[in-house]
Ligand binder design. Structure first.
Ligand code: UD1
Ligand code: UDP
Length: 365
């Protein structure tokens, strides 16, 4: 079967790493990189260190407004979908690259397989929520990572072609942890000790573009740094706003905060597993914190992964949804006091999601 996989952003390269190599054993896969992420540390590093097959095409769309990015991708994807004429388009997650490919494929009547179908934040002010809903409703094969995701799809009337596959991110986490143990030197490089630092990432539009929120978050980090070491790999979006809002220097000058460029998956895996707490707004990192059983403080108003909250490993800041701002003191207090309940269940599957997805795609053929 001929499959065209469309990738564009960091979490998608990561999610495709195992599945792509598995699919290629029986299928002809073409990878299109939209160019949504383009810095070496946001893109190339993952292809290299995770042995993801090199993209056959790069659309070089780059950054821009939602409409610009999505529209440019659609125009370029349409040409390639027509010339490549695949049996199936394979998509991951919830980025603008996912949305652009879904709409383009649906209009050309090419079936879509969506990996990570069904998580919902129940908040349409989050751009990714819009991307997820539309992509799910246009897909033929929907791979739900968790029972809750499957339930969400059912409630939206999506029952046919829906499979509870488990989460490919758990497969990866298991698979690459050994490799990371052998190859990452990040703890030595940053002079970190196991379970002796807080790992943080911030990149959601709500937390970066809105000055009050970014100021509160950084204010909390600066204050907490008097008692805890922090490691902060900074997403380029966040770096831009930190500099625009005059917040970067204080972080950079703080000796207890390691503010670093984004790191590759192996370094991130080691940083995650050895951290004492994680403070993040990343969907993927919330899950990885759960896999590693590290307490997670989520700087967001809801999560697509409520299982991590129900099991007591994750806590959400619900109160800054309706134009409220996140509060610095609340962040500090939560970082200090949050203790996980320590319950762990296999809601993300058994680490064999990629295998299951391959099999279902084979049977679909
Ligand atoms: C995108 C996804 C988000 C995902 C995130 C993963 C959408 C709507 N959002 O958000 O779901 O969690 O990727 O990291 O698709 N930039 C660079 N270099 C790069 C990439 C981005 O400098 O290689 C800067 C640009 O200033 C750009 C900004 O980051 O405008 C935002 O990038 P964009 O891809 O639009 O959104 P993300 O915040 O990365
Ligand atoms: N990640 C990484 N390097 C970093 C920050 C994150 O490899 O510097 C990984 C992280 O471990 C997870 C994925 O990127 O596997 C999550 O992607 P991101 O936070 O960009 O997007 P989201 O999951 O929120 O869509």
């Amino acid at each position: 079967m001929k499959i065209v996989t469309v990738l564009g952003a960091r979490p998608q390269f990561i999610k495709a790493a195992l599945l792509s190599n598995k699919l290629r054993k029986r299928n002809h896969e073409i990878i299109i990189h939209t160019g949504q992420h383009y810095d070496i540390e946001m893109s190339d590093i993952f292809f290299k260190e995770m042995s993801i097959p090199a993209p056959d095409y790069n659309l070089d769309v780059g950054s821009g407004s939602h409409a610009y990015q999505t529209a440019e991708m659609m125009i370029k994807l349409e040409k390639l979908f027509i010339s490549e004429n695949p049996h199936l388009i394979l998509l991951y997650g919830d980025t603008n690259s996912t949305l652009a490919a879904a709409i383009t494929a649906a209009k050309l009547q090419i079936p879509i397989a969506h990996v990570e179908a069904g998580p919902r934040m129940f908040d349409k002010t989050v751009p990714e929520e819009i991307n997820r809903i539309i992509t799910d409703h246009l897909s033929t094969l929907l791979f739900a990572p968790t029972p809750k995701s499957k339930e969400n799809l059912e409630k939206e009337g999506l029952k046919e072609g829906v499979y509870l596959s488990g989460d490919v991110m758990l497969d990866l986490f298991k698979y690459f942890s050994q490799n990371a143990n052998r190859n990452s030197k990040i703890l030595e490089k940053l002079g970190l000790k196991e379970k002796n630092y807080i790992l943080t990432t911030v990149h959601r539009a709500r937390n970066t573009n809105i000055k009050e929120n970014l100021k509160a978050i950084i204010g909390a980090f600066l204050e907490i740094s008097a008692e805890e070491k922090l490691v902060f790999p900074v997403h380029p979006r966040t770096e831009k706003y930190l500099k625009d809002y005059g917040l970067y220097n204080a972080l950079n000058e703080n000796l207890n905060i390691e503010i670093i460029k984004p790191v590759g998956y192996l370094d991130m895996n080691i940083l995650t597993r050895n951290s004492k707490k994680i403070v993040t707004d990343s969907g993927g990192l919330q899950k990885e914190a759960y896999f590693a059983q590290v307490p997670c403080i989520t700087l967001d108003t809801s999560t697509g992964w409520p299982e991590t909250v129900d099991n007591g490993w994750n806590i959400i800041f619900e109160e800054y949804k309706n134009k409220e701002f996140i509060k610095k003191d609340k962040i500090i207090e939560t970082i200090r006091s949050f203790k996980p309940k320590g319950k762990y269940s296999d809601v993300f599957g058994d680490g064999k999601a990629s295998q299951k997805i391959c099999k279902i795609i084979k049977n679909y053929n």
